[in-house]
Design a protein around this ligand. Structure first.
Ligand SMILES: [Mn+2]
Length: 243
């Protein structure tokens, strides 16, 4: 069925401790219609230990996704890269490769999580290749859930240490890589998340008339890109703070 609206979100970093963001996401899903297509561009979850991790929390998110009337598509982020086909089936969504080119009302539009654009962070880029390798993932999934939880906790500690020590500009996209990516995929629009720097980088002379829209992470605000046959725009809305 042809869709009248395409919605893009990323970096919700859902975890049991962030009830307000969980509720905001459920509310968000509830109001979508069959005429909408929702694209989740990575890091829906703060951590994903595997599709066999049947916690009440994971089950509640799966249920909310199955109740959604829109078609839902999901791309992996750097935190939930272990999401697999079993989760996709249960949540009634379609997994997308990163990168993915979407035909958006006749305009080829590149969807990315966004970490692939941060090439100056050499240490992270090396880890990224490892995390995405099938052998590494198979090895990880062969461990028990508690072993995986321990490994995830260690990785998070190291990541926080690394993020704290890395120069701010290294954590953002590399401008040269952005230009290469536009050219490589022959697109004029890119939508991505990951950097937590929401901004609609409109076309200008320097960017060779290409537009890059960066989604924000969900915290005090939720962020989305809304596209219909008239326009594409970056939007944000308050996330209710629970007491
Ligand atoms: Mn990310």
């Amino acid at each position: 069925m042809a869709k009248t609206r395409y919605l893009f979100i990323s970096d919700l970093h859902l975890e049991p401790a962030r009830m307000n963001v969980i509720e905001a996401f459920k509310d968000y899903l509830r109001v979508l219609s069959e005429q909408d297509a929702l694209f989740i561009l990575g890091d829906l979850f703060e951590v994903w230990l595997g599709d066999d991790d049947n916690t009440d929390f994971n089950q509640s998110i799966i249920e909310a996704l199955t109740l959604c009337h829109a078609d839902v598509y999901l791309m992996h982020g750097n935190r939930d890269f272990l999401i697999g086909s079993r989760f996709a089936d249960r949540a009634n969504l379609t997994l997308l490769p990163d990168p993915y080119i979407l035909d958006l009302f006749g305009q080829p539009t590149l969807l990315l999580h966004g970490d692939s654009l941060c090439t100056l962070d050499h240490e992270y880029m090396a880890i990224r290749d490892l995390l995405r390798s099938e052998s590494f993932q198979a090895d990880l999934l062969s461990k028990t859930l508690s072993e995986r939880a321990h490994i995830a906790q260690q990785a998070r500690k190291e990541s926080q240490l690394h993020t704290g020590q890395t120069e701010m500009q290294i954590m953002d996209v590399t401008p040269e890589e952005v230009q290469l990516t536009f050219a490589r995929h022959n697109v004029k629009t890119i939508i991505h998340g990951h950097t937590h720097r929401p901004k609609d980088h409109l076309p200008n002379r320097g960017s060779q008339h290409c537009r890059r829209i960066v989604l924000g992470d969900w915290d005090k605000f939720g962020w989305q890109v809304i596209a219909d046959d008239q326009a594409i725009r970056l939007d944000h809305f308050p996330v209710n703070q629970l007491n």
